[in-house]
Design a protein around this ligand. Structure first.
Ligand code: 13P
Ligand code: SF4
Length: 334
C-alpha cells in the first residue's frame, strides 16, 4: 500500500507513522480488536494521557512494567511509555516484537548521560559498583552492574557490600535522596529530569498554607528542597498507594500530572492538586511521554511500526543488570 510505504520511509525523521485515520472509527474498539487479533499486550506508564491509560491492559511504574514485559506470553508488546522503557521490554523479551507509538518519545534523564561520556567517568572510578536508574539508554545499561527503579532503589543500594564504593547514575536528585536514606556515600552522575526539576518551591509552600489539611507528596526525582517539605516521597506506584491509604482528602502531587487520572479513579471523593511549575506552561506534563497519542497508538498496532530493535550483543550485556534488579526486587517482595 503506497500510503504505508511513504509513511514508513518517514519513520526515521518523524518517529511515528503519519497517516490519515478514518474519523468515524472508534479507536478504543479498534485497539481492543487489534490486541485480540495479534495477541498483543498494551503496557502503559502512569504518565500517559488518560485515554491511553483507559485502553491499556496494564498500567504501572517502571518496575511493574518491566516485570510484566518479562513475564507476558503475548506475541507483541505495545509500550505506551518512553523509549528506554520499550528498550527494557525488548531486552527482557528479545523474541517478542516490541512497538513504541512514537520513537521520539525519549527522556531528559536518559539523554543526560551519554554512554561514551559515562564510560570515561567510570574509568576514573574503576573499583566502584555501578548502579543505574532504569531511566537510561540500553548503552548505559551495558556499563552497569545493577539497574534500579524508584520502587526498589533502596534495596538495590543496600544489596551492595558495605566495603564496596558505588557510582549512581544518571539522576543526581534520586542519588542524593538515596545517600540520605541509606547512609551510603555514592559518586553521583550530574543528570536530572526536566519535569521534576520544574516545580516551584515557593508556590508549593503557599499552596500548602492555603490547604493546611493537604499532604504534599513527591517523586524522588524532585530536588532536595522539595523533598525536604514532602509528607511522603515515593515512586509513582508508591504515591498512588499513599493517596488511597492515607486519610487526608487533599493531595498536592509533585510528579508528572498524568498519574492524577489513576488517583482520581481510585479515590473519586478526594481532591488532587498538581504541584505548580515555575512558569505558567503545562511543564509538569512530560513532553516525551505525551508524544504518544491514541491515534499513533492505533496506527502502531495496525501496521506493527515503529518497532524497537537492538543489537543482540547489547541485549545480552544489558540484560545482566536488569536481571539483578529483578532478583533483588523478588527477594524484597516487590
Ligand atoms: P516510576 O514510575 O518508576 O516511579 O518512574 C517515574 C518516571 O519518571 C518514569 O519516567
Ligand atoms: Fe524522563 Fe522525566 Fe519524562 Fe520520566 S518524566 S520520562 S524521567 S523526562
Amino acid at each position: 500500500m503506497q500510503e504505508l510505504a511513504t509513511a514508513t520511509k518517514s519513520l526515521d525523521k518523524r518517529g511515528f507513522l503519519d497517516m490519515e485515520i478514518d474519523p468515524t472509527l472508534d479507536l478504543f474498539e479498534e485497539i481492543e480488536k487489534l490486541k485480540k487479533e495479534k495477541n498483543a499486550i498494551l503496557l502503559a506508564h502512569y504518565y500517559q494521557e488518560s485515554e491511553i491509560q483507559d485502553v491499556a491492559d496494564y498500567i504501572g511504574d517502571s518496575l511493574g512494567l518491566s516485570q510484566k514485559a518479562a513475564s507476558t506470553d503475548a506475541d507483541i508488546i505495545v509500550f505506551a511509555g518512553v523509549h528506554f522503557m520499550a528498550e527494557t521490554a525488548k531486552i527482557l523479551s528479545p523474541s517478542k516484537k516490541v512497538l513504541l507509538p512514537d520513537l521520539k518519545a525519549g527522556c531528559s534523564l536518559a539523554d543526560s548521560c551519554p554512554p561514551h561520556l559515562f564510560k570515561k567517568f567510570k574509568e576514573k572510578h574503576p573499583d566502584h559498583v555501578v548502579i543505574s536508574y532504569i531511566n537510561c539508554t540500553a548503552g548505559l545499561k551495558t556499563l552497569t552492574d545493577i539497574v534500579c527503579t524508584s520502587t526498589n532503589a533502596e534495596h538495590v543500594v543496600n544489596s551492595v557490600p558495605k566495603d564496596k564504593e558505588i557510582i549512581f547514575a544518571p539522576d543526581k536528585n534520586l542519588g542524593a535522596y538515596l545517600i540520605k536514606k541509606t547512609g551510603r556515600d555514592m559518586v553521583l552522575w550530574n543528570g536530572a529530569c526536566m519535569v521534576h526539576e520544574i516545580f516551584a518551591l515557593e508556590k508549593i509552600v503557599k499552596l500548602m498554607a492555603r490547604h493546611p489539611e493537604a499532604k504534599f507528596i513527591a517523586h524522588p526525582e524532585c530536588e532536595e528542597k522539595l523533598l525536604d517539605i514532602a509528607h511522603y516521597i515515593g515512586s509513582t506506584s508508591g504515591l498512588l498507594r499513599y493517596t488511597q491509604e492515607n486519610e487526608a482528602d487533599t493531595f498536592i502531587v509533585g510528579t508528572e500530572s498524568g498519574i492524577i487520572h489513576q488517583m482520581q479513579l481510585k479515590s473519586p471523593n478526594k481532591t488532587f492538586i498538581p504541584a505548580p511549575p515555575e512558569n505558567t506552561c503545562a511543564c509538569n506534563e512530560c513532553p516525551h511521554m505525551r508524544l504518544n497519542t491514541l491515534e499513533k497508538l492505533y496506527l502502531c498496532m495496525k501496521y506493527e511500526l515503529p518497532e524497537i530493535t537492538l543489537d543482540p550483543a547489547i541485549i545480552d550485556r544489558a540484560r545482566l543488570p536488569i536481571d539483578r534488579m529483578l532478583e533483588i526486587s523478588a527477594k524484597a517482595g516487590l
